[in-house]
Write a protein that binds this ligand. Structure first.
Ligand SMILES: [Zn+2]
Length: 393
Protein backbone atom coordinates (compact mmCIF):
# COMPACT_ATOMS: atom_id res chain seq x y z
CA UNK A 1 0.00 0.00 0.00
CA UNK A 2 1.06 3.60 -0.51
CA UNK A 3 1.96 5.83 2.36
CA UNK A 4 -0.95 7.92 3.59
CA UNK A 5 0.98 11.14 3.25
CA UNK A 6 2.70 10.62 -0.10
CA UNK A 7 -0.16 11.15 -2.54
CA UNK A 8 0.15 14.24 -4.78
CA UNK A 9 -2.55 16.83 -4.10
CA UNK A 10 -3.74 16.97 -7.72
CA UNK A 11 -4.74 13.31 -7.60
CA UNK A 12 -7.18 13.96 -4.78
CA UNK A 13 -8.36 17.41 -5.76
CA UNK A 14 -10.33 16.47 -8.88
CA UNK A 15 -12.49 13.71 -7.35
CA UNK A 16 -13.13 15.76 -4.21
CA UNK A 17 -14.34 18.78 -6.17
CA UNK A 18 -16.64 16.41 -8.04
CA UNK A 19 -17.95 15.03 -4.74
CA UNK A 20 -18.57 18.50 -3.34
CA UNK A 21 -20.36 19.42 -6.54
CA UNK A 22 -22.60 16.37 -6.22
CA UNK A 23 -23.26 17.25 -2.58
CA UNK A 24 -24.18 20.83 -3.50
CA UNK A 25 -26.66 19.62 -6.14
CA UNK A 26 -28.23 17.27 -3.60
CA UNK A 27 -28.39 20.05 -1.01
CA UNK A 28 -29.99 22.37 -3.55
CA UNK A 29 -32.60 19.77 -4.51
CA UNK A 30 -33.26 19.06 -0.87
CA UNK A 31 -33.81 22.77 -0.14
CA UNK A 32 -36.78 22.78 -2.46
CA UNK A 33 -38.60 20.22 -0.36
CA UNK A 34 -37.06 20.37 3.09
CA UNK A 35 -34.96 22.87 4.99
CA UNK A 36 -32.25 24.95 3.31
CA UNK A 37 -28.96 23.07 3.62
CA UNK A 38 -25.43 24.34 3.23
CA UNK A 39 -22.06 22.69 3.18
CA UNK A 40 -20.73 22.59 6.73
CA UNK A 41 -17.62 24.79 7.21
CA UNK A 42 -15.72 21.68 8.34
CA UNK A 43 -15.95 20.41 4.76
CA UNK A 44 -13.80 23.37 3.64
CA UNK A 45 -11.41 22.78 6.54
CA UNK A 46 -11.07 19.20 5.32
CA UNK A 47 -10.50 20.44 1.80
CA UNK A 48 -7.74 22.75 3.06
CA UNK A 49 -6.06 19.82 4.79
CA UNK A 50 -6.18 17.90 1.54
CA UNK A 51 -4.67 20.82 -0.37
CA UNK A 52 -1.88 20.98 2.19
CA UNK A 53 -1.28 17.23 1.84
CA UNK A 54 -2.40 16.66 5.43
CA UNK A 55 -4.54 13.72 4.42
CA UNK A 56 -4.78 12.15 7.86
CA UNK A 57 -6.40 15.27 9.34
CA UNK A 58 -8.64 15.66 6.30
CA UNK A 59 -9.96 12.11 6.53
CA UNK A 60 -10.59 12.50 10.29
CA UNK A 61 -12.79 15.52 9.56
CA UNK A 62 -14.71 13.87 6.73
CA UNK A 63 -15.40 10.77 8.80
CA UNK A 64 -16.62 12.85 11.78
CA UNK A 65 -18.71 15.10 9.53
CA UNK A 66 -20.91 12.25 8.47
CA UNK A 67 -22.11 11.80 12.03
CA UNK A 68 -24.08 15.06 11.84
CA UNK A 69 -25.68 14.09 8.53
CA UNK A 70 -25.70 10.40 7.54
CA UNK A 71 -27.45 11.35 4.30
CA UNK A 72 -24.03 12.38 2.92
CA UNK A 73 -22.48 8.97 3.58
CA UNK A 74 -22.58 8.19 -0.14
CA UNK A 75 -19.92 10.82 -0.74
CA UNK A 76 -17.69 8.95 1.73
CA UNK A 77 -18.29 5.69 -0.10
CA UNK A 78 -17.45 7.41 -3.40
CA UNK A 79 -14.30 9.03 -1.96
CA UNK A 80 -13.14 5.69 -0.51
CA UNK A 81 -13.80 3.94 -3.84
CA UNK A 82 -11.60 6.50 -5.62
CA UNK A 83 -8.82 5.90 -3.08
CA UNK A 84 -9.16 2.12 -3.55
CA UNK A 85 -9.06 2.38 -7.35
CA UNK A 86 -5.94 4.56 -7.11
CA UNK A 87 -4.31 1.85 -5.01
CA UNK A 88 -4.47 3.98 -1.86
CA UNK A 89 -6.18 1.22 0.06
CA UNK A 90 -5.05 2.43 3.48
CA UNK A 91 -7.06 5.63 3.01
CA UNK A 92 -10.17 3.71 1.94
CA UNK A 93 -9.79 1.45 4.98
CA UNK A 94 -9.43 4.49 7.24
CA UNK A 95 -12.71 5.94 5.93
CA UNK A 96 -14.66 2.68 6.29
CA UNK A 97 -13.18 1.80 9.67
CA UNK A 98 -14.02 5.34 10.80
CA UNK A 99 -17.63 4.85 9.70
CA UNK A 100 -18.03 1.44 11.33
CA UNK A 101 -16.62 2.78 14.61
CA UNK A 102 -19.32 5.47 14.84
CA UNK A 103 -21.90 4.42 17.45
CA UNK A 104 -24.49 6.48 15.56
CA UNK A 105 -24.02 4.48 12.31
CA UNK A 106 -27.60 3.74 11.14
CA UNK A 107 -28.30 0.01 10.82
CA UNK A 108 -29.32 0.45 7.18
CA UNK A 109 -25.76 1.49 6.26
CA UNK A 110 -23.93 -1.11 8.35
CA UNK A 111 -24.04 -3.89 5.73
CA UNK A 112 -22.83 -1.53 3.00
CA UNK A 113 -19.89 -0.32 5.13
CA UNK A 114 -18.91 -3.91 5.97
CA UNK A 115 -19.06 -4.85 2.28
CA UNK A 116 -16.92 -1.88 1.27
CA UNK A 117 -14.38 -2.60 4.00
CA UNK A 118 -14.35 -6.20 2.75
CA UNK A 119 -13.49 -4.93 -0.77
CA UNK A 120 -10.65 -2.89 0.77
CA UNK A 121 -9.25 -5.97 2.50
CA UNK A 122 -9.60 -8.00 -0.71
CA UNK A 123 -7.69 -5.30 -2.62
CA UNK A 124 -5.01 -5.37 0.08
CA UNK A 125 -4.79 -9.17 -0.18
CA UNK A 126 -6.02 -9.75 3.38
CA UNK A 127 -8.30 -12.63 2.49
CA UNK A 128 -8.96 -13.83 6.07
CA UNK A 129 -10.17 -10.39 7.19
CA UNK A 130 -12.29 -9.98 4.05
CA UNK A 131 -13.85 -13.42 4.56
CA UNK A 132 -14.76 -12.50 8.16
CA UNK A 133 -16.48 -9.31 7.02
CA UNK A 134 -18.48 -10.94 4.22
CA UNK A 135 -19.63 -13.62 6.66
CA UNK A 136 -20.67 -10.86 9.07
CA UNK A 137 -22.74 -9.26 6.30
CA UNK A 138 -24.52 -12.60 5.81
CA UNK A 139 -25.46 -12.79 9.49
CA UNK A 140 -27.78 -9.79 9.04
CA UNK A 141 -28.59 -10.31 5.38
CA UNK A 142 -28.63 -14.03 4.61
CA UNK A 143 -29.35 -13.42 0.92
CA UNK A 144 -26.61 -10.86 0.22
CA UNK A 145 -25.47 -11.88 -3.26
CA UNK A 146 -22.48 -9.54 -3.15
CA UNK A 147 -21.19 -11.10 0.09
CA UNK A 148 -21.64 -14.62 -1.30
CA UNK A 149 -19.96 -13.87 -4.65
CA UNK A 150 -17.00 -12.30 -2.86
CA UNK A 151 -16.71 -15.27 -0.50
CA UNK A 152 -16.61 -17.50 -3.60
CA UNK A 153 -13.80 -15.35 -5.06
CA UNK A 154 -11.84 -15.72 -1.81
CA UNK A 155 -12.30 -19.52 -1.67
CA UNK A 156 -11.34 -19.71 -5.36
CA UNK A 157 -8.10 -17.81 -4.65
CA UNK A 158 -7.42 -20.15 -1.74
CA UNK A 159 -8.31 -23.17 -3.92
CA UNK A 160 -10.74 -24.26 -1.18
CA UNK A 161 -13.09 -25.88 -3.70
CA UNK A 162 -15.43 -27.46 -1.12
CA UNK A 163 -16.20 -24.09 0.50
CA UNK A 164 -16.55 -22.46 -2.92
CA UNK A 165 -19.04 -25.18 -3.91
CA UNK A 166 -21.05 -24.71 -0.68
CA UNK A 167 -21.57 -20.98 -1.29
CA UNK A 168 -21.92 -21.42 -5.06
CA UNK A 169 -24.57 -24.14 -4.71
CA UNK A 170 -26.47 -21.80 -2.38
CA UNK A 171 -26.51 -19.06 -5.05
CA UNK A 172 -27.33 -21.64 -7.74
CA UNK A 173 -30.40 -22.75 -5.78
CA UNK A 174 -31.51 -19.11 -5.72
CA UNK A 175 -31.31 -19.06 -9.54
CA UNK A 176 -28.44 -16.56 -9.79
CA UNK A 177 -26.93 -16.32 -13.26
CA UNK A 178 -23.46 -17.57 -14.17
CA UNK A 179 -23.03 -19.52 -10.94
CA UNK A 180 -23.66 -23.01 -12.38
CA UNK A 181 -20.66 -22.79 -14.72
CA UNK A 182 -18.42 -21.72 -11.81
CA UNK A 183 -19.60 -24.50 -9.49
CA UNK A 184 -19.10 -26.94 -12.36
CA UNK A 185 -15.46 -25.86 -12.66
CA UNK A 186 -14.95 -26.34 -8.91
CA UNK A 187 -16.22 -29.92 -9.21
CA UNK A 188 -13.84 -30.42 -12.15
CA UNK A 189 -10.99 -29.20 -9.93
CA UNK A 190 -12.02 -31.81 -7.33
CA UNK A 191 -12.21 -34.45 -10.10
CA UNK A 192 -8.65 -33.60 -11.20
CA UNK A 193 -7.42 -33.84 -7.60
CA UNK A 194 -9.14 -37.23 -7.16
CA UNK A 195 -7.62 -38.42 -10.46
CA UNK A 196 -4.14 -37.36 -9.39
CA UNK A 197 -4.60 -39.42 -6.22
CA UNK A 198 -5.79 -42.43 -8.22
CA UNK A 199 -9.36 -42.29 -6.90
CA UNK A 200 -11.14 -42.74 -10.24
CA UNK A 201 -14.53 -43.41 -8.64
CA UNK A 202 -14.49 -40.06 -6.83
CA UNK A 203 -13.15 -38.38 -9.98
CA UNK A 204 -16.12 -39.72 -11.96
CA UNK A 205 -18.59 -38.64 -9.24
CA UNK A 206 -17.20 -35.11 -9.26
CA UNK A 207 -17.24 -35.01 -13.07
CA UNK A 208 -20.93 -35.96 -13.09
CA UNK A 209 -21.65 -33.29 -10.49
CA UNK A 210 -19.82 -30.81 -12.74
CA UNK A 211 -22.10 -31.78 -15.61
CA UNK A 212 -25.14 -31.43 -13.35
CA UNK A 213 -24.28 -27.78 -12.69
CA UNK A 214 -23.34 -27.05 -16.31
CA UNK A 215 -24.78 -29.36 -18.97
CA UNK A 216 -22.44 -27.88 -21.57
CA UNK A 217 -19.22 -28.11 -19.55
CA UNK A 218 -16.48 -29.05 -22.02
CA UNK A 219 -14.14 -29.87 -19.17
CA UNK A 220 -16.62 -32.24 -17.47
CA UNK A 221 -17.38 -33.98 -20.78
CA UNK A 222 -13.66 -34.56 -21.40
CA UNK A 223 -13.19 -35.86 -17.85
CA UNK A 224 -16.10 -38.28 -18.28
CA UNK A 225 -14.76 -39.40 -21.67
CA UNK A 226 -11.40 -40.13 -20.02
CA UNK A 227 -13.19 -42.11 -17.33
CA UNK A 228 -15.10 -44.22 -19.87
CA UNK A 229 -11.95 -44.82 -21.94
CA UNK A 230 -10.04 -45.94 -18.85
CA UNK A 231 -12.80 -48.49 -18.27
CA UNK A 232 -12.77 -49.67 -21.88
CA UNK A 233 -16.18 -48.17 -22.68
CA UNK A 234 -15.20 -46.45 -25.92
CA UNK A 235 -18.71 -46.06 -27.34
CA UNK A 236 -19.80 -44.15 -24.20
CA UNK A 237 -16.62 -42.08 -24.33
CA UNK A 238 -17.33 -41.26 -27.97
CA UNK A 239 -20.76 -39.88 -27.04
CA UNK A 240 -19.17 -37.45 -24.56
CA UNK A 241 -16.51 -36.40 -27.09
CA UNK A 242 -19.09 -35.80 -29.82
CA UNK A 243 -20.93 -33.59 -27.31
CA UNK A 244 -17.75 -31.52 -26.95
CA UNK A 245 -17.57 -31.14 -30.74
CA UNK A 246 -21.21 -29.96 -30.85
CA UNK A 247 -20.91 -27.62 -27.84
CA UNK A 248 -17.70 -25.84 -28.84
CA UNK A 249 -15.80 -26.84 -31.96
CA UNK A 250 -12.81 -24.74 -30.85
CA UNK A 251 -11.92 -27.55 -28.41
CA UNK A 252 -11.83 -30.16 -31.17
CA UNK A 253 -7.99 -30.23 -31.32
CA UNK A 254 -7.96 -30.98 -27.55
CA UNK A 255 -10.13 -34.10 -27.94
CA UNK A 256 -8.79 -35.27 -31.30
CA UNK A 257 -6.40 -37.95 -29.96
CA UNK A 258 -9.18 -39.40 -27.79
CA UNK A 259 -11.64 -39.32 -30.70
CA UNK A 260 -9.18 -41.13 -32.97
CA UNK A 261 -8.68 -43.82 -30.32
CA UNK A 262 -12.44 -44.23 -29.73
CA UNK A 263 -13.19 -44.47 -33.46
CA UNK A 264 -10.36 -46.96 -33.88
CA UNK A 265 -11.90 -49.14 -31.13
CA UNK A 266 -15.50 -48.84 -32.28
CA UNK A 267 -16.63 -47.44 -35.62
CA UNK A 268 -13.44 -48.17 -37.59
CA UNK A 269 -11.07 -46.39 -39.95
CA UNK A 270 -13.44 -45.50 -42.79
CA UNK A 271 -15.88 -43.73 -40.51
CA UNK A 272 -13.00 -41.93 -38.77
CA UNK A 273 -11.57 -40.69 -42.08
CA UNK A 274 -14.92 -39.47 -43.37
CA UNK A 275 -15.69 -37.90 -39.96
CA UNK A 276 -12.43 -35.91 -39.98
CA UNK A 277 -12.96 -34.85 -43.59
CA UNK A 278 -16.47 -33.65 -42.74
CA UNK A 279 -15.26 -31.71 -39.69
CA UNK A 280 -12.53 -30.07 -41.73
CA UNK A 281 -14.98 -29.07 -44.44
CA UNK A 282 -17.28 -27.45 -41.90
CA UNK A 283 -14.45 -25.84 -39.91
CA UNK A 284 -11.47 -25.35 -42.25
CA UNK A 285 -9.50 -23.19 -39.81
CA UNK A 286 -9.24 -25.85 -37.10
CA UNK A 287 -5.58 -26.65 -36.49
CA UNK A 288 -5.85 -30.40 -37.02
CA UNK A 289 -3.91 -30.89 -40.27
CA UNK A 290 -0.96 -32.65 -38.67
CA UNK A 291 -3.05 -35.27 -36.84
CA UNK A 292 -5.42 -35.71 -39.77
CA UNK A 293 -2.37 -36.49 -41.94
CA UNK A 294 -1.20 -39.07 -39.39
CA UNK A 295 -4.59 -40.81 -39.56
CA UNK A 296 -4.47 -40.79 -43.37
CA UNK A 297 -0.93 -42.20 -43.30
CA UNK A 298 -1.98 -44.98 -40.93
CA UNK A 299 -4.90 -46.17 -43.04
CA UNK A 300 -4.09 -45.02 -46.59
CA UNK A 301 -0.32 -44.73 -46.65
CA UNK A 302 2.37 -42.07 -46.75
CA UNK A 303 1.68 -40.84 -50.28
CA UNK A 304 -1.96 -40.12 -49.42
CA UNK A 305 -0.85 -38.17 -46.31
CA UNK A 306 1.61 -36.10 -48.34
CA UNK A 307 -1.05 -35.44 -50.97
CA UNK A 308 -3.52 -34.35 -48.27
CA UNK A 309 -1.02 -31.99 -46.58
CA UNK A 310 0.07 -30.48 -49.90
CA UNK A 311 -3.54 -29.68 -50.77
CA UNK A 312 -4.33 -28.31 -47.30
CA UNK A 313 -1.26 -26.08 -47.21
CA UNK A 314 -2.22 -24.66 -50.58
CA UNK A 315 -5.50 -23.40 -49.11
CA UNK A 316 -4.64 -23.00 -45.41
CA UNK A 317 -0.90 -22.56 -44.94
CA UNK A 318 0.45 -22.80 -41.40
CA UNK A 319 3.85 -23.60 -39.92
CA UNK A 320 2.79 -26.82 -38.19
CA UNK A 321 1.34 -28.35 -41.37
CA UNK A 322 4.34 -27.29 -43.44
CA UNK A 323 6.71 -28.78 -40.88
CA UNK A 324 4.68 -31.98 -40.96
CA UNK A 325 4.98 -32.09 -44.76
CA UNK A 326 8.71 -31.38 -44.64
CA UNK A 327 9.13 -34.17 -42.08
CA UNK A 328 7.52 -36.58 -44.55
CA UNK A 329 9.85 -35.32 -47.28
CA UNK A 330 13.05 -35.44 -45.20
CA UNK A 331 12.30 -38.92 -43.92
CA UNK A 332 12.44 -40.24 -47.46
CA UNK A 333 15.57 -42.03 -48.55
CA UNK A 334 16.48 -39.66 -51.39
CA UNK A 335 19.53 -37.93 -49.92
CA UNK A 336 19.49 -35.09 -52.42
CA UNK A 337 15.88 -34.16 -51.71
CA UNK A 338 16.43 -34.43 -47.97
CA UNK A 339 19.25 -31.88 -48.09
CA UNK A 340 16.99 -29.46 -49.94
CA UNK A 341 14.45 -29.44 -47.12
CA UNK A 342 16.80 -29.17 -44.12
CA UNK A 343 17.09 -25.36 -44.13
CA UNK A 344 13.34 -25.04 -44.58
CA UNK A 345 12.78 -27.44 -41.70
CA UNK A 346 14.89 -25.45 -39.23
CA UNK A 347 13.05 -22.26 -40.22
CA UNK A 348 9.66 -23.94 -39.72
CA UNK A 349 10.70 -25.35 -36.35
CA UNK A 350 11.55 -21.80 -35.26
CA UNK A 351 8.19 -20.52 -36.56
CA UNK A 352 6.33 -23.25 -34.74
CA UNK A 353 8.17 -22.54 -31.49
CA UNK A 354 7.12 -18.90 -31.73
CA UNK A 355 3.47 -19.81 -32.29
CA UNK A 356 1.07 -20.24 -29.37
CA UNK A 357 -1.35 -23.13 -29.07
CA UNK A 358 -3.94 -21.48 -26.85
CA UNK A 359 -5.40 -18.02 -26.38
CA UNK A 360 -7.87 -16.49 -23.93
CA UNK A 361 -10.94 -15.24 -25.81
CA UNK A 362 -11.63 -12.80 -22.99
CA UNK A 363 -8.29 -11.01 -22.46
CA UNK A 364 -6.02 -12.26 -25.26
CA UNK A 365 -3.60 -14.10 -22.94
CA UNK A 366 -1.51 -16.60 -24.94
CA UNK A 367 -0.05 -19.89 -23.75
CA UNK A 368 1.20 -23.26 -24.87
CA UNK A 369 -0.75 -25.00 -22.09
CA UNK A 370 -4.50 -25.32 -21.77
CA UNK A 371 -5.61 -23.44 -18.65
CA UNK A 372 -9.21 -23.85 -17.52
CA UNK A 373 -8.84 -20.71 -15.38
CA UNK A 374 -7.13 -17.93 -17.34
CA UNK A 375 -4.06 -16.91 -15.29
CA UNK A 376 -4.38 -13.37 -16.62
CA UNK A 377 -8.07 -12.38 -16.37
CA UNK A 378 -9.22 -15.18 -14.01
CA UNK A 379 -12.06 -16.21 -16.34
CA UNK A 380 -13.11 -19.86 -16.54
CA UNK A 381 -13.01 -21.81 -19.83
CA UNK A 382 -12.05 -18.81 -21.95
CA UNK A 383 -8.61 -20.17 -22.95
CA UNK A 384 -9.11 -22.13 -26.18
CA UNK A 385 -6.96 -23.66 -28.93
CA UNK A 386 -5.85 -21.16 -31.56
CA UNK A 387 -7.09 -21.49 -35.12
CA UNK A 388 -4.97 -21.65 -38.28
CA UNK A 389 -3.90 -18.14 -39.20
CA UNK A 390 -4.20 -17.54 -42.91
CA UNK A 391 -4.48 -14.51 -45.15
CA UNK A 392 -6.83 -16.39 -47.47
CA UNK A 393 -10.57 -15.93 -47.19
ZN1 LIG B 1 -8.04 -14.24 -19.94
Amino acid sequence: MTDLFETPTWMLLAPLILLLFVWLIRAKRSSNTKKNRRLPPEYFTGLNYLLNDEHGKALDIFVKLVESDWEIVDTHFALAKIFRKNGEIDKAIKIHQGLIARPSLPEKYRGKVLLELGYDYLAAGWLDRAEGLFKEVLINDRKSEKAKRNLILIYQQEKDWHKAIDVGADLFSEGKSGVGAMVSQYYCELADIAKSKGDITLAAQNSRQALHYDRGSIRALILLADHEMNNGRYAQALRHLEQVEKRDIAFFPVILDKLIECYRRTAGSEKLLSYLTEIELQHPLLAINEKHAMVIERYQGRDAAVEYLTARIRDYPDARSMLSLVNYKTSQDKVGERALFLDLKSALIKMQQDATDYQCHHCGFQANTLYWLCPSCQSWATVKPTMIETTRK
